[in-house]
Design a protein around this ligand. Structure first.
Ligand SMILES: NC(=O)c1ccc[n+]([C@@H]2O[C@H](COP(=O)([O-])OP(=O)(O)OC[C@H]3O[C@@H](n4cnc5c(N)ncnc54)[C@H](OP(=O)(O)O)[C@@H]3O)[C@@H](O)[C@H]2O)c1
Length: 259
């Protein structure tokens, strides 16, 4: 199957291209780096020729409210229009568990708009809702940092490894369109403030994490279960502590080698 991976150079996209290629599919990485721009339409018609599936794992270069809305709406409209013209039979998109509960955030309003366009289109689709990637934990801290302080709501979070996200997206990509949303999550729940504190401690990061029930997460206040999937979610295997020890060992090896 020819499968076009939009955002194929990104964190999830590059893993997905490798996994699909290993399963003998013709997986094509498409992004501005390879001359395909979903916002301007550049290169889209060419790359979609003969494609059975499009997987959208792209992300906006800017998280500013207007920019991110413009990115996801224009890009998704183009993908669906060019995809329909090319006879694409399955549109897969990666989004976030709890998106529908996070409309106070500009980023999540854009993801809601992206999902709405996909649901209204004529192309059979699967939307994958994943929880926060382990790899994204430092970005969560950075977004919540003021000086030396990181303010986070002490709510539940059930993060997962990017490798497990890519495996789940690969499985859904080669399956039948569900014309709905599938949830995937990590194996364990944490308190958001504790997870970030643990991660910063491991990196000897001196920032102090403060539990604040009203702290905003990318612009939105969180309730106890806003970031938690429903009971039917499929759960990935990799545990945070195992991932953290591997990531720490890897970065120590790299620094020993002077890279
Ligand atoms: N972070 C999380 O915890 C989390 C959780 C659940 C779901 N998600 C979702 O996962 C998705 C992927 O995230 P990620 O972290 O893997 O992304 P990422 O590493 O930031 O990669 C973004 C990708 O988007 C591409 N891109 C940017 N502008 C583009 C354009 N105009 N046309 C086509 N491609 C463009 C980039 O291409 P270039 O390299 O060529 O610039 C890159 O390949 C996002 O939609 C996000 O909402 C994230």
């Amino acid at each position: 199957m020819r499968i076009v991976v939009i955002g194929g150079s990104g964190l999830i996209g590059s893993k997905l291209v490798t996994m699909l290629s290993e399963q003998r599919h013709e997986a094509v990485a498409a992004s501005p780096k390879s001359g395909v721009n979903t916002v301007t339409g550049e290169g889209l018609a060419g790359v979609l020729e003969g494609a059975s599936v499009v997987v959208d794992v792209s992300n906006s270069p800017s998280f500013e409210d207007a920019a991110v809305m413009e990115f996801f709406t224009t890009s998704t409209r183009n993908l669906l229009t060019y995809g329909a013209a090319a006879g694409v039979g399955h549109h897969v998109a990666l989004s976030v568990v709890g998106t529908e509960r996070l409309s106070a955030s500009g980023y999540f309003r854009a993801k809601i708009a992206q999902e709405k366009l996909i649901k209204e289109s004529s192309i059979p689709f699967s939307i994958v809702h994943a929880t926060q990637f382990f790899e994204f934990v430092t970005s969560i801290a950075d977004a919540a940092t003021d000086g030396n302080t990181v303010r986070l709501a002490p709510v539940l979070i059930q993060p997962m490894a990017a490798d497990d996200v890519a495996s789940a997206v690969a499985r859904i990509t080669i399956g039948t369109p569900v014309n709905g949303t599938v949830e995937v999550a990590g194996p364990e729940q944490f308190r958001l403030d504790e997870l970030i504190r643990r991660s910063l401690d491991t990196q000897n990061d001196p920032r102090q994490v403060i539990a604040d029930p009203h702290a905003r997460y990318f612009g939105a206040e969180l309730k106890e279960r806003t970031l938690i999937p429903s009971n039917g979610a499929s759960l990935a295997e990799t545990r945070f502590e195992d991932w953290l020890s591997r990531a720490t060992a890897q970065s120590e090896t790299l620094s020993l080698k002077g890279t």
